[in-house]
Design a protein around this ligand. Structure first.
Ligand SMILES: Cc1cc2nc3c(=O)[nH]c(=O)nc-3n(C[C@H](O)[C@H](O)[C@H](O)COP(=O)(O)O)c2cc1C
Length: 209
């Protein structure tokens, strides 16, 4: 083999080795990132817990918008997005909610509360008519998880289907007939640090292998 052929073979081997290295390391790096992200996401889900005491620190408008974007990223039946969100900062309204609905005492001290409503004008008709409840619930859980991930604390306060609460919140927020309040979420910076509840119960799972 002459010198030029020999150099060509060396060059070809070097290129192949470089290509293998690039593929191997880029795959490895991507896996590390994917593993880290998965751990962070699962950790956020597992450590979320209802927070009912808040500091006086205000929640910024941009953080509120992030929470709303997270809520609206939820899945909905046939992608109807049959919801509306009422952002409540007004102290008189928050006071009235706490004064009239006993399990919602924390709303009074929350810097902001968000009422998640079903929009019946956008809800499915026929057999899927009640899917709006699941859609708005998915949005609520997204919002709770986003709040936790952002260092905020929040609690889901149920309204629908308790008729008395629905009527009261509808009137207080001056909602049009097509909007049904599913809940009021109280949100603020945590002033308590309760341990997340361990709810893992294998007996609740059935397998059909
Ligand atoms: C439909 C629904 C209604 C709820 N209503 C209230 C409420 O009115 N007041 C309250 O303090 N917590 C309320 N919660 C929060 C639950 O009490 C809480 O999620 C449950 O005890 C589990 O605790 P965790 O959120 O810390 O895991 C409600 C939760 C759901 C899903």
């Amino acid at each position: 083999m002459n010198t030029s052929k020999f150099l060509n073979v060396i060059l070809a081997v070097a290129i192949v080795l470089l290509a293998v290295k690039i593929v191997f390391y880029s795959h490895k790096e991507r896996n590390i990132v994917e593993t880290d992200t998965a751990q962070v996401v699962i950790e956020n889900i597992m450590t979320r817990t209802s927070i009912r005491a808040y500091t006086d620190k205000a929640v910024s408008d941009s953080d509120i918008e992030t929470l709303l974007k997270a809520a609206m990223a939820a899945p909905t039946a046939r992608n109807q997005q049959p919801w509306a969100f009422v952002v409540i900062k007004n102290q008189a309204i928050k006071d009235s909610i706490s004064a009239n609905i006993n399990p919602m005492q924390m709303v009074r001290k929350a810097p902001v509360a968000i009422a998640v409503c079903g929009n019946l004008d956008k809800a499915l008709s026929g057999a899927g008519v009640d899917y709006w409840i699941q859609d708005a619930s998915a949005a609520t859980e997204n919002l709770l998880l986003a709040a936790h991930g952002m260092g905020l604390g929040a609690v889901w306060c149920g309204v629908y289907p308790i008729e008395q609460r629905v009527d009261f919140v509808k009137q207080l927020l001056d909602l049009p007939a097509n909007l049904v309040p599913l809940n009021v979420i109280a949100i603020g910076y945590p002033d308590e640090d309760p341990a997340p509840k361990d709810k893992w119960k294998p007996e609740n799972v059935m397998y059909k292998n």
